[in-house]
Design a protein around this ligand. Structure first.
Ligand code: WTA
Length: 645
């Protein structure tokens, strides 16, 4: 390997002033190819690209850095070995503060990834395979992700809170042949029986031939001969065979790197596909500039690697930039609501990136949990996943940042691969509730229902992006047409985000929330149709309609209107049964917060449920329901209003 080239890279794309930002932004619009070629020059390529960008939103067909050859893990690991080999790459803080934390330097992480890459190969894994990862937040999860990327296998990480059915759907959609899981995981006071859940899923997954199981909780699990093997044994085998190094697989720029499933407005989650080169460049570029990471900083993103935030801003972005990334296994409130602040204090965290739902929940627990903690190391605070309300923003600013840390309210999506609209820490003036300005390369546009551009400032509309950026999704796995319809067909020649947005007098963007049938619960996207499908699987349910409503901690809660085929003998018990059913079908994250039994749903004459009315009632608005003239049977609405839960 040409080690000289790999380690003598410049890495100078950090924006330092607002003038830099303005200049970068202008160039990115005027000469996008030259702009993104300059950025990409900061990475290690086995071969450089022939063409920076080829695109057509109508297919869609989007190609960045075509002709280039690379492996993302050489950029995340190998290239840092010489200068940063002894620097911590991953610091891991366990769920239980009494358990010992772990530190993996770049050298150690590289070794572990190489060993596990070899273990994967010894188990038959190869380039192009789809591998499902269902693991707790331990360093081996990051190692598994990177090892897949190293051998050119496509990882599909499934969040540890999803049910057996959800896992099976995802494994089957991508026909995964290998699974990486653990016996269990710790989450607050709970043990999560990951392998048992996986076993239930695998009954339905004929494509899976191998399961690699990490020991974490050492709880009793089944191990099936010929299929299930222990992670530790496979590592030992690789060591015994002397397979300590691994030559990373050479990937094409547009080879698939990973699939990550996300909810949309239809019943079935979509497998968002990201590819090697563009994703890498964008994750790293956005990480560096939004958080203004400085060499030596400790960066703590509280997300789970099961979501895009963990992919881009725990693993790939920080590691590509040679940062120290802190990975936390637990929850913000265990053993008490001071857990985040203890971690900041213990590791002298400089950048903290978390979600509004966590901030609101910690805010509610009171300042006693903050007051004796030394938070003086903090320089930058981040927020992601949902709109941050002003009260939470102010609390975060005053009590955590001590009015001394810029808050970067980062707007983006699974599909965008990285942050698109956000202040750059310390550079862009912040404003509570506003994600402020687009990153260089990002061209937002607001459109009305008809797709007409809404010009000027002080306006609102549906948020679209009119020009490609390297980190954007390329397709939805196995169903390219679905990708087109979902994102590129609503408005021609634009990527439609599904979010509503306003632009203030100064041109700052504020995301107002989803405009489709997707609810954002604690920063997690849940499609109402998916929850309805799950509820409808309960034996006595005839029909249901699900909407979101404002929830003090979660941002939005799930409100379900349900028609039963007979009156429930014990309404509360039936509610619990329905909740359990949803938990089984999707996972605990999709449990309805409120279930109201109704005898009819408000429908139009053509049979369409008028969700707008249901939303208003769920929000507590019973007077101004808007236009109800198209209702088939207005008396239904009266009944629903009277029996609100
Ligand atoms: C919402 C998470 C307001 C938005 C990275 C988006 C936000 C969806 C913000 C994507 C923010 C994310 N302000 N809303 N800063 N960040 N959202 O795919 O509705 O899990 O479309 O990606 O979360 O959720 P996803």
């Amino acid at each position: 390997m040409p080690t000289k080239t790999i380690q003598n890279l410049k890495m100078n794309f950090q924006i330092k002033t607002i003038a830099d930002y303005n200049q970068a932004y202008k160039q990115s619009v005027d000469q996008p190819e030259a702009f993104w070629a300059d950025i990409a020059d900061n990475f290690y390529w086995r071969k450089k690209w022939d063409k920076v960008l080829n695109w057509d939103f109508s297919s869609p067909n989007i190609k960045w850095y075509e002709g280039a050859k690379l492996n993302i893990t050489e950029n995340c690991l190998d290239r840092h070995l010489q200068d940063k080999g002894n620097q911590p790459a991953i610091i891991w803080e366990p769920n239980d503060p009494e358990e010992h934390h772990r530190v993996l330097t770049y050298t150690q992480l590289h070794q572990q990834v190489c060993l596990f890459a070899n273990a994967l190969k010894n188990n038959g894994a190869k380039k192009g395979d789809r591998i499902c990862i269902y693991m707790p937040m331990v360093p081996e999860l990051a190692i598994a992700v990177l090892a897949c990327a190293r051998i050119g296998a496509i990882h599909s990480v499934v969040f540890g809170g999803f049910s057996a059915q959800s896992i099976a759907d995802r494994i089957n959609d991508a026909t995964c042949n290998l699974v990486i899981t653990a016996d269990g995981g710790f989450r607050g006071a709970k043990d999560i029986p990951l392998k048992n859940v996986m076993d239930d899923a695998l009954v339905q997954c004929p494509s899976v031939k191998k399961v690699i199981v990490l020991t974490r909780t050492r709880s009793p699990i089944s191990m099936i001969k010929g299929r299930d093997v222990w992670w530790e044994d496979e590592i030992k085998k690789a060591e015994t065979l002397g397979m300590h190094s691994h030559q990373a697989e050479e990937m094409d720029a547009e080879d698939e790197l990973f699939i990550l499933y996300t909810s949309g407005s239809t019943g079935k989650p979509k497998g968002v596909v990201h590819t090697c080169a563009g994703y890498m460049v964008y994750a790293a570029y956005s990480f560096q500039n939004v958080f203004q990471y400085q060499a030596g900083d400790t960066y703590f993103c509280t997300a789970d690697i099961g979501w895009i935030t963990g992919h881009s801003y725990i693993v790939y972005g920080p590691l590509a930039m040679g940062a120290t990334t802190l990975m936390f296994e637990g929850v913000p409130t265990y053993p008490d609501a001071g857990r985040f602040w203890d971690i900041v204090d213990k590791y002298k965290v400089n950048v903290l990136y978390t979600a509004p739902t966590a901030i609101r929940s910690l805010m509610q627990s009171g300042l006693d949990f903050v007051k004796d903690k030394d938070l003086s190391s903090l320089k930058t605070l981040g927020s992601v996943g949902e709109p941050i309300n002003e009260e939470a923003w102010n609390w975060y600013n005053e009590n955590i940042g001590k009015r001394n840390c810029p808050i970067v309210d980062t707007w983006w999506q699974t599909e965008t691969g990285g942050i698109l609209i956000s202040p750059l820490a310390g550079i862009t003036p912040t404003k509570p509730c506003f994600a402020t300005l687009p990153l260089p390369g990002i061209q937002p546009i607001l459109v009305d229902e008809k797709g007409e551009e809404i010009l000027g400032n002080g306006v609102s509309g549906n948020l679209c992006i009119k020009f490609p950026w390297p980190g954007m999704l390329r397709t939805t796995y196995g169903d390219h047409e679905r990708c087109r319809i979902n994102y590129f067909a609503t408005y021609p020649n634009m990527y439609f985000t599904g979010d509503g947005c306003m632009r203030d007098e100064d041109g700052n963007y504020r995301i107002t929330g989803r405009v489709d049938d997707v609810i954002n619960v604690s920063g997690h996207r849940i499609g109402t149709a998916e929850v309805e499908n799950a509820i409808n699987m309960f034996t006595d349910v005839v029909e249901s309609a699900v909407v979101g409503y404002p929830h003090a901690i979660k941002g939005q809660g799930i409100y379900a209107y349900v028609i039963l085929n007979k009156q429930a003998i014990d309404a509360n018990l039936t509610r619990q049964d329905i909740t359990m059913t949803v938990s089984r079908i999707i996972g605990a994250i999709a449990k309805p917060d409120k279930i109201q039994f109704v005898t009819g749903l408000p429908k139009t004459r053509s049979g369409k449920i008028m969700r707008r009315i249901l939303r208003k009632i769920a929000e507590g608005e019973t007077e101004n329901l808007g236009d109800t003239s198209t209702l088939l049977d207005p008396s239904v609405v009266e009944a629903i209003k009277n029996e609100r839960v």
